[in-house]
Design a protein around this ligand. Structure first.
Ligand code: UGA
Length: 437
């Protein structure tokens, strides 16, 4: 009999994991404490935007292998393997991560576990959390030693969640027993030949934080080069291209621009610094403070460039903003650089109208004080400056001639180095970009 799986928490990670595991042939029961979300999921409706996920969800529901519930009793009775996929956001006013949802999940599930099962943490947590939760599980679960914890960090990217889950680069199993390792190997066997690293809890937790810290550092490295390029009148795009041909460096995560945002990279590097401080290893990560600072400076630089193009002040200036999501193919606006820039310009007196293909509703809810357009044309009509802040394909494909007929002045700042400067300049646009002359 294949294992029956449960997935606790239905965010980007939980929904994707549940739906993909059902697609691989497992029976899966997902849980969320939000009854409305559970209702929507059970009727095949995705509460998030994630390309390619809805058909997988629907297939799972139609096959009868996938269901969602709000009941911990149901999942405790159902599951042989319980995956915890709840959020671990940044604490208010602090760098540290808030792991209270993680604790709450274990506290709700553990007292109901009266038979053999494996509880698997997938969320990104401060190192040491797994050990603490394992103790808690041992204390609370009636099944005693028949229940066990494992740590299996997740590396999926929003916008590529299905592909990253079905074809992961690697799997990491933080385990304390051969039994736990065996269960995880069997669960992931249908994925085929994927490199597996087996480690202790602490290493497994750290792999995830280290991976995100490395990616953030790579992005901030190229953005630091962009700052130098701006000072030296050099072109960071050319620089980045030239670096990318060296496969020791590689070209991925080397796009200079407005920098990183989202629910992961920014909060993960901060939580990593906070945790290192608690462990007495803060010196090892002081460079991440710089990574964070470089990243935030890009947003300020973007505002400065826009103001420069607006003639030194935003007062009386209509600013058309393209993009609200923290990156293309996502409706996620958590710590979105685009939204941050738009809000700042609004505070400085600019009349901002924003458009995003998918994230508009989320942006509107979070920032009702801004104006929104239902299309590119609506957002840029009468604009004195246009800002491209998220590189949706729709924006990359824009025709500068057509757009030029709608704006008040042909001025654009390309915050993602996504447009062809020559094409826009030859259509009469004053084109500026971060890190380029
Ligand atoms: C990130 C990691 O890439 C995943 O491996 C990880 O699983 C996930 O966090 C997580 O911890 O859950 P994600 O937040 O979906 O995934 O976003 P990315 O695609 O990594 O992009 C992050 C940010 O960096 C975006 O704002 C993007 O615009 C920016 N970025 C990316 C750049 O500014 N330049 C680049 O070259 C690449």
């Amino acid at each position: 009999m294949p294992y029956r799986l449960t997935v606790i928490g239905t965010g980007y990670l939980g929904i994707t994991h549940a739906a993909c595991m059902a697609d691989l042939g497992f029976e899966v029961l997902g849980l969320d404490i939000d009854a409305d979300k559970v209702l929507r999921l059970n009727s095949g409706e995705l509460p998030i935007h994630e390309p390619g996920l809805e058909p997988v969800l629907r297939r799972g529901l139609e096959s009868g292998r996938l269901r969602f519930t709000t009941s911990y009793e149901d999942i405790a009775a159902f599951g042989d393997v319980h995956f915890i996929c709840v959020g671990t956001p940044q604490k208010r006013g602090e760098y540290a991560a808030d792991v209270s949802y993680m604790d709450a999940a274990v506290e709700s599930l553990a007292p109901l576990l009266d038979r053999e099962c494996l509880v698997v943490g997938k969320s990104t947590v401060p190192v040491g959390t797994a050990e603490r939760l394992a103790d808690k599980l041992a204390r609370l679960a009636p099944a005693g030693v028949l229940t066990e914890l494992a740590w299996n960090p997740e590396f999926l990217r929003e916008g590529h969640a299905v592909q990253d889950t079905m074809r992961p680069d690697r799997l990491v199993f933080g385990v304390r027993s051969e039994r736990a390792e065996k269960v995880l190997r069997e669960v992931y066997e249908p994925l085929g030949d994927v490199p597996i690293v087996v480690s202790d809890f602490a290493t497994a937790e750290l792999v995830k934080t280290a991976a995100n810290a490395f990616l953030a550092t790579k992005i901030s490295f190229i953005n630091a080069m962009a700052e130098v390029c701006e000072a030296a009148h050099a072109d960071v795009q050319k620089l980045s291209e030239a670096l990318s041909y060296d496969d020791r460096i590689g070209g991925r995560y080397l796009n200079a621009g407005l920098g990183f945002g989202g629910g992961c990279l920014p909060k993960d590097i901060r939580a990593f610094m906070a945790r290192a401080g608690e462990l007495g290893a803060d010196q090892a990560l002081t460079f991440l403070r710089e990574v964070d600072a470089i990243n935030m400076r890009r947003r300020a630089r973007m505002v400065d460039l826009a103001r420069e193009l607006a003639g030194g002040s935003f007062h009386g200036c209509v600013v058309g903003v393209l993009g609200a999501a923290f990156k293309p193919d996502s409706d996620d606006i958590r710590d979105s650089p685009a939204l941050d820039v738009a809000v700042t310009i609004g505070h400085q007196g600019g009349r901002v109208t924003m458009y995003d293909p998918i994230a508009l509703d989320n942006a509107r809810k979070a920032h009702p004080e801004l104006s929104y357009g239902e299309s590119v044309v609506e957002a840029v009509r009468g604009a004195h400056v246009v800002l491209l802040l998220t590189e949706w394909q729709e924006f990359v494909d824009l025709d500068p001639e057509q757009l030029g007929g709608v704006v008040a002045a042909r001025r654009i700042v390309d915050g993602r180095n996504a447009l062809d400067a020559e094409t826009w300049r030859s259509a009469g646009w004053h084109y500026r970009a971060l890190g380029r002359p």
